[in-house]
Design a protein around this ligand. Sequence first.
Ligand SMILES: [Zn+2]
Length: 344
Amino acid sequence: MKIEINNVLKVKNNGIRELYDILKENDANGKFLFVTEPNLDKLYGDEVKKQLQELGDFELEYIDESSIKKAMDLASKLIEEEIDYAIGLGGGKILDVCKYASYIAKKCFVSLPTTLANDGIASPIAVLKMANGKVKSLQCEMAKIIIIDTTIMLDCPSELIKAGIGDTLANYMALLDWKFACDNGKDKMNDFAYMLSQESYESLLNAKSEKFDEKFIKVLANSIILSGLAMQFTGSSRPVSGSEHLFSHALDYYGKTPNLHGLQVALGTIAMLKLIGEDYHLILNFFKKYDVNINPQRLNISKDDFVLCMQKAVTMRKRYTYLNEINFTQTQLEKIYDELLEEL
Ligand SMILES: [Zn+2]
């Protein structure tokens, strides 16, 4: 097993302003590709471009979709134009395209996340769309340099922070699924990865802040990084993604309204815990404390869609979870949906 430690991991306020110093300290020179999208470029692009300009040549590339094709196109560009560094500024989609492209092209990936909405920002996995519309988790490498700018995180809509909470607490269900798969001889346990994933959600559950402040952002960033490291140990998303993620993938594929990944897996977590008869109040109370509203009605998920996606979840990916074993009826799922409307 090979563990690659990032060269640089900074979690601090106005961290993005230190990009030049960090790259300089790491002897970065040559050609840079700055990858982002127009809105983020408007907000934070100048700060990045100003610093890259001082280091050498840079080119700007906008990404509008997170597909395997897009990542391959970007990889070709990195290779053909002999670009040494891909600097990704954005959320999961931009970072995943950039992460996979850099991995294929064997170039250095610098990650500048603008949200903490999911645990992909510090993971060695890229989740990319295939031509058939379904998503695939592809193993690659963590960014060599990650700068989590807490000022930017506090600047973004609180809904994104709430999604990050959802994706982190989903580890709780993911670990139950993983253990269940191992107990049934369908998977192997990795104790280090298990511990890191557990530590990720437990440290978040112990957060002391009453509201989203810098302290809270640091705890959440820490949790997300621990989740990323858990994935690094297994080379897969297994420690942080179980049946609740399969449900979310089904929603992405069959659902009518797109919602934030973190909120969908949060809903999946509570729904699955109910389905297997596990206590979910610890998680639910935390969601309530920070106003993580995952009521299916609010997310525009109808009863029919909920039932369909719970039924289809098992088909979304080859991952053994409770869904492979438990028998549940349509009536049972409808009852859970009604309860969720009441409780969430
Ligand atoms: Zn996730």
